[in-house]
Design a protein around this ligand. Sequence first.
Ligand SMILES: [Zn+2]
Ligand SMILES: [Zn+2]
Length: 67
Amino acid sequence: MKCRMCGFEFDENKLENRGCVACGKHSNCNQVHCPRCGFGNHPELDEEFEFINKLKEKLRNRKKSTN
Ligand SMILES: [Zn+2]
Ligand SMILES: [Zn+2]
């Protein structure tokens, strides 16, 4: 996969504990940590990311009618 933070490409399947040695969350961490910068990537949330981005766009386009 490709790290969202630094763009470094790595094989998440070759990482021990998904690279989660240093983050300290361990049991409840479902992120894949970039071996280069340590950023926690969410491989499962790709679709949600897009969903959120679209939602943000909607919110941005929507004028505040309240107030
Ligand atoms: Zn972690
Ligand atoms: Zn990275």
